[in-house]
Design a protein around this ligand. Sequence first.
Ligand SMILES: NC(=O)c1ccc[n+]([C@@H]2O[C@H](COP(=O)([O-])OP(=O)(O)OC[C@H]3O[C@@H](n4cnc5c(N)ncnc54)[C@H](OP(=O)(O)O)[C@@H]3O)[C@@H](O)[C@H]2O)c1
Length: 345
Amino acid sequence: MAMCSTFCPRIPHYSFLGATPAIRSISPSSPFRLSVRALSSPAQSSSSSSSPAKEIPGRIGFLGLGIMGTPMAHNLIKAGCDVTVWNRTKSKCDPLISLGAQYKSSPEEVAATCDVTFAMLADPESAVDVACGKHGAANGMSSGKGYVDVSTVDGATSKFISGRIQGTGALFLEAPVSGSKKPAEDGQLIFLTAGDKALYEMVAPFLDIMGKSKFYLGDVGNGAAMKLVVNMIMGSMMASFSEGLLLSEKVGLDPNILVEVVSQGAISAPMYSVKGPSMVRSQYPAAFPLKHQQKDLRLALGLAESVSQSTPIAAAANEMYKVAKSHGLSDQDFSAVIEALKAKQ
Ligand SMILES: NC(=O)c1ccc[n+]([C@@H]2O[C@H](COP(=O)([O-])OP(=O)(O)OC[C@H]3O[C@@H](n4cnc5c(N)ncnc54)[C@H](OP(=O)(O)O)[C@@H]3O)[C@@H](O)[C@H]2O)c1
């Protein structure tokens, strides 16, 4: 059964701004001073299930500093964690380095020097590349370490990465997130985790820093599937909302009032009130890039196909996002899907 933990208290924050690098490591009273107890994959050790879950990894790696990864890593740094970062485009590491993060020049080096490494990559291809490619994280993993992939990928990709990581003796957890840029900044994400339970328990304090809730869903693939179902619903909702906004305008209504009406009724969702006003102004500052929403719909349709589940609404929505991509809107917010309907007219 899914578990949403509320037992783990938020760890007190330690501000290192202005501290010397020596002090910046970990205060003596910080829980992060505890060194990690050896983590082992079940295949290599039977002791993992009896390991006390209280011991907390000391050195945290973070790979992928995009819209989501940057605020997530930032929150770990603000909470006093010893964080080492890597990003394909190195310049995105610099703000976090100035806040106290350490830097390594490859995922392999990050994994080799850290107890647990988080990865927040764009899509299945980049997640596999960073985990399993040349100088990928798997090369730096070994028994006693853990890898937590928080990217949104499909179950097959997650299982492939899991196999490579566990093959080194390390533990693996998939933990895609529900929530966008603002929840990431506010530490209000929802983690949909699956994989090694011992690692889930080990990293729970870090998930609690970055998020407001977490679900443990069992075997690898279940977290990915849950995330894809959620984003399939979201993508269809946004496509339908776009149709409603344009229709209201065309019949002479004020779309701003439509946003208010929707926001006060039973179909209210924060997404409509947050995105609606800027959609009316044809402005789409990226919080969730449209290319990622289309990727998630594509992967969700593949998931549905694998079990012969009919998903006609999601399939139609996917076509709208594909049209929007063809109009050069990939890097805009996914609410720019409304432009696909304008372009058709
Ligand atoms: N934004 C949201 O609201 C949101 C919410 C929930 C889940 N997600 C999911 O979270 C993940 C990240 O989203 P995001 O919004 O942070 O995306 P983003 O801003 O586009 O960042 C993508 C990250 O992946 C890296 N990357 C891309 N291709 C790569 C490659 N071939 N090799 C190495 N690194 C590569 C990028 O590095 P560079 O900086 O070098 O390009 C960047 O660090 C996606 O799976 C997305 O679906 C996003």
